[in-house]
Structure formats: C-alpha cells, structure tokens
Write a protein that binds this ligand. Sequence first.
Ligand SMILES: [Ca+2]
Ligand SMILES: [Ca+2]
Ligand SMILES: [Ca+2]
Ligand SMILES: [Ca+2]
Length: 352
Amino acid sequence: MQNAPGAGGGDDTSAPDAQAGPTAGGDSDGDGVADAIDNCPTMPNPDQHDHDGDGRGDVCDVCPHLVDAGGDADGDGVGDACDPRPTEAGDRIALFEGFYGPIHWTPVIGNDWQVQNGSVVQDDTNMQHQIVGGLSLGNVFIEARVRVDQLTQYPQARKSVGVVLGYKDTNDYFFCGLAEPQGNPEVEGGRVGDGQYNYNQDVFGAQMPGDWTTLQARITQPPNDVAHIDCTGHRGQIDAQTGYDDDADASGDIGLRTNGADASFDYVFVVEVPPPPPSSLAPRHAACSLFDHAHAQATHSRRPGDDPAGRRAQAGSIGSRSDQSAPAARRGAGLSHRAARGQRDARGGAPG
Ligand SMILES: [Ca+2]
Ligand SMILES: [Ca+2]
Ligand SMILES: [Ca+2]
Ligand SMILES: [Ca+2]
C-alpha cells in the first residue's frame, strides 16, 4: 500500500525496462494504463479508481478515503492522516470499499443492499437490515461516511444507522452509529448481545436525515481484558462521541446496519490494529486524537464513557430483538453504565 515512488522518471526515453520503474512510454504494472497517466504506476489497477480524487489510486493511496499528502511516518502502509497510531508501525489497511459496483457482502439481517451512484444503499425503512463483509479481524478502526435519507414514519419505532464491528452472529456484535431515540439525533456505541449501549446526549444540530456524517469506531481489547469501543460522529461543525466497555470478544467481521432508516454509505475504510499489551488500558479514551483530519471543531464532544448512570429510559435505539436478553457481564473500570435494559421498547424494531 505504498505510494508509487516514481523512480525511473517519466523522462526516460529508452525502451521499457521491467527493472527501471515507471516510464513514460511503458506500463510497468501491466494493467493497461500507461505509466505516464497511471495513478498507481507500480500496482495493477485497471479501473484507476481514486475515491478521494487526490491523484493517488485507491490501491496505492495510504488514505484512500481522504485527500492527503501521502505521508506515512511509521511506514506501515496506513497514512499519517488516517493512521490510528501514526507513530507506531504494525497497522494495516484491511479494507477500503468505495462502492463502485455490485458488492458481495452478505445480508445477515433483512434484504440485499444496492449500489447506486457510488454508494451502497438500503432504502427500506420498515425493518432492520444488516450486511457483513466476510472478514475475520481483531482490533479494528473503521470509518464510514453515511447519509440518512429518510426515516420510518412510525414515531415509536427505533431508528439507527451505523457500522458493525466484532460481528460473530446476529446476536453478537458491536455497533457504532447515528440514532434518534427521542427525536434528537446522537451517536451511540455498544454491543448487541448484552443489550447495553452508551448514548451521547449531546445531540447533533439537525435531524438524523440530511447531510453526510462521518462515523469512526475503534475497538481496543488488550489480551484477556475487556473490549472498549470508541464511537464518534462528525457532522458539519459538530462532533459527538461515546464509548462503551464489554467483557466480550471484540474480534469478528465488519458490516453496515440500518433500522427504520433509508441510508447511503459512501465508503468504508478499515484498519486492523495490533492489540495493546496487557494492562495498558490508559489512555482508554484517546480516540479523539485519531480524528483531527478534515473534521471540524469538537464543539459538542464529551468524553466517552462518562455517561451518567441515569440515562434515558428509552434505551434501545438499535432495536435488535436479541438485545433484550442475557444479563450484562461487564467488569472493570468505567463500567458505570447501567442502561435501563428492561424498559426498552419491547417491539424491538420498526414495525413488521
Ligand atoms: Ca497501475
Ligand atoms: Ca486517492
Ligand atoms: Ca488519499
Ligand atoms: Ca502509518
């Protein structure tokens, strides 16, 4: 995932030489695009996709989802502008999906999704829908750009749109997304499987549908310790974040999810991060330091995990039917989050 070095120079007038790097008249990577106009001259990419339009093709762009200078200080292939640990090597881009054409993700809840105009779209507002990418990952950072287009017209139905991490089955996964449990959009992060979520009660300044929101989530789980998810949303000038701890396995697949909402996802970017060493829990809440690229001031942010115990009773925005069983099995510091599990909407999700 390194950027093409450009060695060999475009001014080489000799015949193409396989060892000389890109040449003006050659096609070093044999992808059918001449080096002089190939946006990844040393990596085959006949489609020339360049999602962020910065001149580096997706396959050789160290931050394929955002315009960057190509810097990668720790040399791990994840650009400085998007590296969860920009000065520590060992991270890797596990997935970049720009949704250029039909996708082959698996619908595990609800129906197939459609790719339209460069986004993957779920337009059914009547129920839950969830697709997963078919990856097996450990600790991950995931970013997705999403726009909610329409909500279910049932006022009492839960509404949420977000990314799925640590997916193992439809009863066991983490979630980070936008939700609108009481008419106010917010971010929430948590796990389906024990029914607990954290809610950022500092709301976004608009209804859930409308402009694009960037969601970022990172799961951190030291060996033999609790998993922590940081969940952040960036929308216009407003950031919101929350966090959640769970004594559960954070590894698994990644995916996308809607409930009671019509939404479009522009891209998904996933970095797999080595687990931290045991007992290196601090700083558990350092996620905001990851996210200072291309985003506005965190005028509405709050520390994840400091959600008071007395959060709203209407807890269940995600609406999985499975999230109302199984007692919480959480421990450790910062686990003061006692969502009103038993009071969530027993209907579970949108009508139907
Ligand atoms: Ca190429
Ligand atoms: Ca690019
Ligand atoms: Ca880029
Ligand atoms: Ca890096």
